[in-house]
Design a protein around this ligand. Structure first.
Ligand SMILES: [Zn+2]
Length: 85
């Protein structure tokens, strides 16, 4: 399970650390943070298995009959699914 944090808040915290923010390495780290793509955290969901073995989208309740066809997105509402291996 990934931990999602607010990149802007992180950069603000770094900027508040006077000595740290002057370090060239810190500037490089902030560049790396800026270069990362953002993740659609708002629209994340997961497949929840019910007692009958069917999987439901945690966002819209869509029922997935065939788990072998599981997609990284809910086919009904498009929620981004955390698909664990
Ligand atoms: Zn859904």
């Amino acid at each position: 399970m990934n931990k999602y944090i607010d990149a802007d808040e992180l950069k603000e915290k770094i900027a508040q650390q006077k000595l740290l923010s002057r370090e060239p390495a810190t500037k490089r780290i902030v560049e790396i943070i800026n270069s990362l793509p953002s993740t659609d955290v708002e629209n994340r969901g997961e497949w929840i298995e019910d007692c009958y073995g069917y999987n439901h989208c945690s966002k819209c309740g869509y029922e997935m009959d065939h788990m072998e066809e599981v997609t990284p997105f809910c086919p009904h509402c498009g929620a981004n699914m955390e698909v664990s291996e």
